[in-house]
Design a protein around this ligand. Sequence first.
Ligand SMILES: [Zn+2]
Length: 329
Amino acid sequence: MRESTAPPLARAALDRDGEARARDDFHAVFDADPGSRVIVVHRGRALLSEQVDGSLPALEFLAPGELSRGGTDALRCYLGRTITTGGDAASDRFPVGTPIEVRVVDEEAAQRIEPEQARWVGLRAAVPLLGDRDAGLFTEALAMANWLETSAFCPRCGSSTTVVQAGWARRCEREGTLLFPRTDPAVIVLVTDDDDRLLLGSNALWEQHRFSLLAGFVEPGESLEAAVVREIGEEAGLVVDRVEYAGSQPWPFPASLMLGFTARVSSGTAPASATPDGVEILELRWFTRAELAAALPEVGLPGGISIARWLLERWYGGPLPEPDVRATR
Ligand SMILES: [Zn+2]
């Protein structure tokens, strides 16, 4: 296996500055600081800057004052302070240490801020274009936007909640209890056999001929390692062992953390006994590296920003041909 860089969505380059969240007057201080910058998210898409003279795509950063009209009711969250520049002259319009917030705006506000639809771009499409700073900011912003938009009511008593801690918590207005953002762990597993062949499965929800690694959510009361063994048992009918952690990345669709593992079919289990569950997984195939290369592009592989692809290329030993657009959605 080659040494690889971090997974595509694990490129965060930001000081989350957790101490600042505790200030009761945080938003007022932020708005009064002419150096503050805001990124805007609407329906899972962020506003990207206008492209001029071949400049690289970057997030559009607005001053708080530029959002004052109609943007004041937006859900907002303090993401932290920048620790690097954007890596591109056109996007280096503010210094390291700039405080950044996300505002989640409604249709009307989004339209007012930027009516040109092409400049609102989803995370999957944007991340391959963005530098580390902006890719990390968008990932964090989307994860927090997803939580803020779906957590208006207390899950215990149903009362309204108030956003506190600069966007990082909500307080139940009846009970006074604090509610924090959730992250849902999911394991994704690169299974090999004793010949270092790779197991790929085709999911019932995907188009035909698209294959990926097996994955599933970690259940309450379960360790990550147990989740790996259970998922492969359920989806492929195989017993695996030698479970090893490989890396992780956030997956804010809407709130997952993907935990990448490798595992080996146990010595008492024949690889050929792999049997799809017929519900989630319809087909299973073993590939050597040469077989996988020869199967492309008839076999569709997971998209560029997925941890599945990162794990695959780590096993393969280098980049695989990019999938077509359909396979990245
Ligand atoms: Zn409550």
